[in-house]
Structure formats: C-alpha cells, structure tokens
Design a protein around this ligand. Structure first.
Ligand SMILES: Nc1ncnc2c1ncn2[C@@H]1O[C@H](COP(=O)(O)OP(=O)(O)O)[C@@H](O)[C@H]1O
Ligand SMILES: [Mg+2]
Length: 212
C-alpha cells in the first residue's frame, strides 16, 4: 500500500516565469526547498520528507528511488521509505545545506568535507558515479554530521567535477583567514555561475580527474 500517494497527489504545480511553483494546500506538508527537478516538503509529525517531481521531471522519481535502494545502509544518505510515479519519501534531514551554511556564516569544517568524501566513495563502491553534488545537495545535520541528498544523477555516466571543485575551492579559498565565512545569496549564486562557466581559477589535483 502506498501510504503517502495521496499527499504527493495533493501537490500541484503551476508554471510561473519559466519555473514550476508548487501549490500545496495540505496542512500536513511544510515546504522545505526546491531544485531543478522537484519540490520537497516535510511531512508534519514525521521524520520524513516528500519529494514531488515537476510534471516534466516525473521520470526521475523511479531513478532516484532505485539509487536510494542501492545506497541503503550508508549512513550519510537518507533512507527511502516509499516511492511512486511522481514522488519519493525519504528521511527528513534536520539541518542546513552547505549553501545555507555559507549564507548564514555557519562553519564548514575539514571533517565535514572528509565525511562527504567518505560518503561519495562508499557510493562509488556500490557501482555509482556521484554527479550533481553541489552546495544545495550536501547538508550538515543538527548533530554535526554530513548527509547527501538528491542522488538522482548518481548513475550518470558523464564525469561530474562538482564535488572535486567544491573540495578545491574549500582548500584554495575557504580555509584561508581572509575568506569571509558569510556570503549573501546573490553573490553565492553569481559565483556558482562563474564557476560553471570556468571563469574562476581553482586548482584541482590531477588525481581528482579520476577519483576512486
Ligand atoms: N530529506 C531532506 N530533508 C530536508 N531537506 C531536504 C531534503 N531533501 C531535500 N531538501 C531540501 O530541498 C531542496 C531541494 O531538494 P533536492 O532533492 O535537491 O531537489 P532537486 O532534485 O530538484 O535538486 C534541497 O536543496 C534541500 O534544501
Ligand atoms: Mg538538488
């Protein structure tokens, strides 16, 4: 039985300014965040998150559910509780994304970077190819550990350098005393765009091109 199907179906999307806007009028759903593929809600009174995919991205629901099954048991990834044609239900992660940490001046420590590295190598050991690991897809929990959310692109064959770039930027800039620990959102978004266009100099170690 699909316990959360009715909740997923209560979420509607409206196209606005080239983006999908979620319309959820169910009091059981508390909006938590959105990305390129979906909107995410906390299910009231539970430790679960409902990720409902945009109408043109619903095919990703099954892919992400399959990947969560492959990652099952690795503590740095949320567990999957249910999946349906347009949605998945996973562990709720109480915490902040790396992006929010930068916005709010919350310290990202070297241990956090190592934990994320460990999580991604554990995923590789299960035959996956972690992709799309960016600042909004890595969270630091209230207890201080790292959780990686949004694994939909972990079976992509194309090599993705996002995580290697974050690590390189962390050691090149973030750890330096002059580097501000707090950044306004618009600047972070702008840096992200410059980064994608390869307009920012970051030194990546050679072995990063083929991480184990
Ligand atoms: N399990 C979760 N617990 C808490 N917040 C979450 C969870 N999953 C996603 N979020 C929030 O929702 C945002 C969008 O989720 P994400 O899975 O990255 O969607 P997309 O695939 O569209 O990028 C995240 O950046 C994060 O802020
Ligand atoms: Mg995301």
């Amino acid at each position: 039985m699909k316990r959360y199907k009715h909740l997923a179906e209560s979420v509607r999307f409206k196209r606005q300014g080239g983006h999908w806007r979620p319309l959820a009028d169910n009091e059981k759903l508390v909006f938590a965040g959105e990305g390129r593929s979906a909107a995410v809600f906390r299910i009231e009174g539970t430790e679960k998150a409902l990720k409902v995919f945009y109408p043109d991205k619903v095919h990703i629901a099954k892919e992400e559910a399959d990947i969560y099954r492959l990652l099952s048991g690795i503590s740095h990834f949320p567990a999957l509780h249910e999946s349906g044609g347009t949605y998945i239900v996973i562990d709720w992660v109480e915490g902040k994304t790396f992006f929010q940490c930068l916005e709010e001046g919350i310290d990202i420590s070297a241990r956090h970077i190592q934990e994320a590295d460990y999580a991604l190598s554990a995923a590789r050991k299960r035959g996956l190819n972690p992709s799309d690991v960016h600042l909004r897809n890595i969270m630091i929990t209230e207890a201080g550990s790292v959780m990686i959310i949004d694994v939909a692109r972990f079976r992509q064959t194309k090599d993705c350098m996002n995580w290697e770039d974050i690590k390189a930027a962390y050691s090149t800039y973030y750890t330096k005393p002059f580097f501000p620990k707090r950044w306004p959102k618009y600047l972070l978004n702008m840096i992200g765009i410059l980064y994608k266009k390869r307009l920012l100099p970051v030194h990546r170690p050679d072995h990063a091109k083929n991480p184990q």
